[in-house]
Every structure is written in C-alpha cells, then in structure tokens.
Design a protein around this ligand. Structure first.
Ligand code: SF4
Length: 118
C-alpha cells in the first residue's frame, strides 16, 4: 500500500466518524422534537387548526358548526360526534385524524364529518 492510499483510508475513516456523529446528532434532535410534541399533545396543547389553513379551507372547516353555511351540514353534527375526532369527552378541543398535529374545536365541523354511530 502506498503512502497516498493510507492517507485516503484515514480520510475515509474520519469521514465515517463524522457521519456517525452527524447521524447521532440528528437522532437526538428527532427524539427531543418528539418529546416536545408528546408533551404538547399530553397537555392537550396541540396548536389550533386555523380556518384559513389550506387543508381546512378545502374541507370547509369551521370553529363553529352552528354557523356554517355549508349545505352538507346536518343539524347537531359537530367534531365531538365525528368518528375522526379523538378529543376527550367534554374537552373544548381535541385532535382530528384528518388534521394531524392540530386541534379542532369540539363544536367545529368540516365536510368530512362522519357521525359516530354509538
Ligand atoms: Fe371535525 Fe370530523 Fe371534520 Fe375532523 S373530520 S374537522 S373531527 S368534522
């Protein structure tokens, strides 16, 4: 093996080491991020879904089911009685499977509403 080749190997080794370190840092950051997210979710502190969010607009989401002008809305339907709603009973807001990472209003509504049967 020439001297030059040995140098290359040392370079590769240090690159590997660097990549390992970088991967470790990314993993730590990801876990820290998950922790913060879990704490928010645990506290029921998911950021509220905004009516002006593009996805919310596409589904005509409203914070107040009783005020929607959408003809598909049936009286009494709201997020609290929708199968996609995962909030605790009695809570003002909760997660919706259609809007991951956001909270919807228990009294809100969108066109994807699917009434719980029980
Ligand atoms: Fe509310 Fe259901 Fe629409 Fe989610 S899918 S925003 S819970 S009505």
């Amino acid at each position: 093996m020439s001297h030059h080749e040995k140098d290359n190997e040392a370079n590769i080794e240090s690159r590997r080491h660097f990549l390992k370190m970088a991967a470790g840092t990314a993993a730590v950051a990801a876990v820290a991020g998950t922790g913060a997210f879990a704490r928010l979710a645990h506290a029921g502190g998911l950021p509220p879904l905004s009516e002006s969010d593009p996805m919310a607009k596409a589904l005509d989401y409203t914070e107040d089911a009783s005020s929607t002008k959408n003809p598909k809305h049936k009286k009494g339907d709201d997020c609290a009685n929708c199968t996609f709603y995962k909030g605790k009973s009695g809570a003002a807001r909760g997660p919706c499977q259609l809007f991951p990472g956001k909270s919807v209003n228990a009294k809100g509504w969108c066109v994807s509403h699917n009434r719980k049967t029980s």
